[in-house]
Design a protein around this ligand. Sequence first.
Ligand SMILES: NC(=O)c1ccc[n+]([C@@H]2O[C@H](COP(=O)([O-])OP(=O)(O)OC[C@H]3O[C@@H](n4cnc5c(N)ncnc54)[C@H](OP(=O)(O)O)[C@@H]3O)[C@@H](O)[C@H]2O)c1
Length: 326
Amino acid sequence: MKYQKLGNTDIEVSRISFGAWGIGGGNVWSDMSVDVRHVRDLLDHAYDLGINYIDTAPVYGVGTSEKILGEALKGCRDRFIVQTKCCLNWRNEGGEFEYVRDGYTVNKDHHASAIRKDVEDSLVRMSLDHIDVEVVHRMSSVVPVEETMSELNKLIEEGKIRAVIISNSEPQNYEEYAKYGVIAGVQEKFSLLSDDKRRYFDTLKKYGAVFQVYGSLDEGILAGPAILEKTFGADDIRSKSKWMKEPGRTALKKMYEMLAPLCEKYNCSYANLVQAWTLRQDPNINLLTGFRRFATMDDTCKVFDISLSDEDVQEISRIAEITKKG
Ligand SMILES: NC(=O)c1ccc[n+]([C@@H]2O[C@H](COP(=O)([O-])OP(=O)(O)OC[C@H]3O[C@@H](n4cnc5c(N)ncnc54)[C@H](OP(=O)(O)O)[C@@H]3O)[C@@H](O)[C@H]2O)c1
């Protein structure tokens, strides 16, 4: 495993982090349900592989991911940097409507009182005395950043959280947040086929902050052609992907055909190839990957064994552009 400093903090994290959205299950990750025992085994496995950084959120399974994780962390909490999120809640206390999930209405609220309640609820759900990293899950156009950050800074002073990251943001959001305190990094969707968040790199370099990538495998869609043989429930995150419906499906199939010789050349899985490309985009990337199985965790850790040539990095980018054009 490789490690990196989490921005300008004293926190050292593994460059592969363990995304715990999937363990929240529900209609969104409908193909597998996991219990505390399984998550405990996953944590042991992560520890053996050197992964010390776990990401969850209150809304993952509307409290389920945090609850299971908290139970599983009993007795091994000190081994991990625990990261969760704030500003999305299902308390029916107002805020901006975001979505309905598993029968709950999720609202976005960045007011100081809501941020504090989010943190306190997470601490109770996970039975923790502090959270290492608190992520502002989405950006607000309603509540001033100064109010949100002033509460997060108070929570740091009180020892309830140690560091702050922002998510689903743009460089101008980062600049605004950084006026009010230390922002250790950003957590952004970035994959071969997604919106190009490379526009963030210069800002993060200037501040010495980490670029934590989520969805580098597009929720498993980019993990290999086997996904094309599977069907998922209507509310499952993978059913909603444009790559699972025509014309995206055919484009994805062609992309795998074009990537196959490179997998053969590097003797690696499609997931390894895609994530090796991701890591090559910037030296400061943290690869947040969702895991519910030991095998996928094992495979992902092999990414550091792959050293793509510059030409092959360009070739993968070229294949991605063809795929995006359909
Ligand atoms: N800030 C945000 O708004 C936001 C949004 C989405 C996600 N996130 C965070 O980011 C994390 C990662 O995102 P994600 O889970 O949506 O997507 P992801 O990491 O792109 O994909 C996860 C899927 O890929 C599979 N997988 C992982 N490694 C693999 C490998 N080497 N070979 C084959 N399959 C592999 C996993 O399988 P198994 O599950 O079967 O092991 C899982 O089904 C989440 O868990 C969550 O913590 C944050």
